[in-house]
Design a protein around this ligand. Structure first.
Ligand SMILES: Cc1cc2nc3c(=O)[nH]c(=O)nc-3n(C[C@H](O)[C@H](O)[C@H](O)COP(=O)(O)OP(=O)(O)OC[C@H]3O[C@@H](n4cnc5c(N)ncnc54)[C@H](O)[C@@H]3O)c2cc1C
Length: 401
């Protein structure tokens, strides 16, 4: 039997890994975290002005970070779902939400529907180049007239011989201005709502990088945060897409995209948790150094309690995300829990950002201390990939309400 003095000694400093992750996951974490810290973090300010460069996605592709969960047949590593969580957590070290979002659109939003629902020919055509980061992908759901209400979209895909002709517009599309192709959510039956939706993979640019006939980037949009990421309004005018570019079944697109959103939301939750941890660490360092009234401000009970609150919320959010990821990775479809994890992590992350600005005082409001940028960047999480109110609707309805 172990001696009580070793059993009962608290291990606050322990960095023991979560049981979800194996040695292989942790090896990846170590190398990817170092890469993000060395090759992305130093550019965090520059990219706010210039947008993140396409070359960083290609570099990530060369290092194998984009294909972690995709089959080897398409250039991936064939890893399990947890690798997506590790990637999202490592990206929190970039210090720049926009580049993290651009990467997540590629790896966790646009490519999974192609892998899950595309024909073998489509997978061979689109996945390998996207996994090497040589082709950039976008996901087009939202329209000027419909966001949360996905069934209300109006972009039309009309059958014409062996092709579909697409007309409509999409807005708020991440990577939209630079994408080579887009997974597009369309209506093949304008009379129907949920059962009229169909997904296509649509080329935005040809091999020379020129926009395809009928595809227009109507506007690039100015935003509150995520400045290193491009966000575009796109227009499609009589764009011909071969019928074989359909993903999944005609009329089943709403259910297909609902599946895509589950993986995206869980990865978003992991990103929020890791982002909150990074903010917590930086603020903790600050309150140990900054003095007021003759002592480090972290020694004031009011400040100490803020850290107690933040640490508790971060830990609760991580556990909810990990427990849900375990179920998702083991073949369950836990929509209620995924929705709750996304809701909780998004809110938690915004609360932590707000508290961290507060504990840094005036410095928290200044650009050079960077928490100001994170505060603006993380706010998107309560809107994108399903707004808080929509998450609450989904959860409430699972109880038959
Ligand atoms: C920076 C950024 C990047 C984005 N990237 C992409 C992308 O790559 N691809 C893409 O397709 N989309 C993208 N989006 C769009 C995003 O997913 C939508 O903004 C989001 O789904 C909300 O839709 P909406 O903006 O149309 O708001 P609305 O649906 O108009 O909602 C407005 C408000 O009404 C509330 N509301 C709506 N319905 C209900 C209801 N039933 N009950 C209670 N309240 C409700 C909402 O919660 C919200 O508070 C992005 C958005 C931003 C800001």
């Amino acid at each position: 039997m172990a001696a009580t003095d070793t059993v009962l000694r608290p291990d606050h400093g322990s960095r023991r890994r979560h049981f979800l992750f194996t040695d292989e996951h942790e090896d990846l974490r170590e190398s990817m975290q170092a890469w993000v810290s060395n090759e992305m973090f130093p550019h965090r300010n520059e990219w706010e002005e210039t947008l993140w460069p396409n070359s960083i996605l290609a570099r990530a592709g060369d290092l194998g970070y984009l294909g972690l969960c995709f089959p080897e047949a398409y250039g991936g590593q064939g890893g399990d779902y947890y690798y997506s969580l590790v990637r999202a957590e490592c990206l929190s070290y970039s210090g720049n939400g926009g580049v993290n979002m651009g990467f997540a659109v590629q790896t966790d939003m646009a490519l999974p529907p192609i892998e899950m629902l595309g024909s073998e020919e489509l997978k061979q055509r689109y996945l390998p180049e996207a996994i090497t980061g040589r082709k950039i992908a976008a996901l087009g759901i939202t329209e000027p007239g419909a966001g949360s209400d996905v069934a209300g979209i109006r972009t039309a895909a009309r059958r014409d011989g062996d092709a579909y002709v697409i007309n409509g517009s999409k807005t708020f599309i991440t990577n939209g201005a630079r994408a080579n192709f887009i997974v597009l959510v369309t209506k093949t039956n304008p009379e129907a709502r949920h059962d009229g939706i169909t997904l296509f993979v649509v080329d935005m640019r040809d091999d020379n990088g020129e926009l395809m006939p009928g595809v227009t980037i109507s506007r690039t949009l100015e935003k509150m945060g995520m400045h290193s990421s491009d966000t575009a309004e796109l227009s499609f005018e009589d764009v011909r897409v071969p019928a074989e570019n359909m993903l999944g079944e005609e009329g089943k697109g709403f259910y297909h995209i609902s599946w895509e959103l589950q993986g995206e939301r869980l990865v978003a939750a992991a990103g929020c948790n890791a982002g909150a941890e990074r903010m917590f660490e930086r603020a903790l360092e600050y309150v140990k150094e900054r003095e007021a009234f003759g002592r480090p401000i972290g020694k004031f009970q009011a400040i100490r309690h803020k850290f107690g609150e933040m640490a508790t919320k971060i830990e609760a959010s991580k556990q909810l995300t990990y427990a849900t990821a375990w179920r998702f990775a083991n073949g369950e479809y836990p929509v209620r829990e995924i929705t709750a994890a996304k809701l909780f992590a998004s809110r938690m992350c915004c609360e932590v950002a707000d508290e961290c600005v507060q504990v840094l005082g005036g410095y928290g409001y200044m650009r050079e201390y960077e928490i100001e940028r994170t505060y603006r960047d993380v706010r998107l999480n309560r809107i994108g990939a399903g707004a808080d109110e929509v998450m609450l609707e989904v959860i409430g309805r699972t109880y038959g309400l």
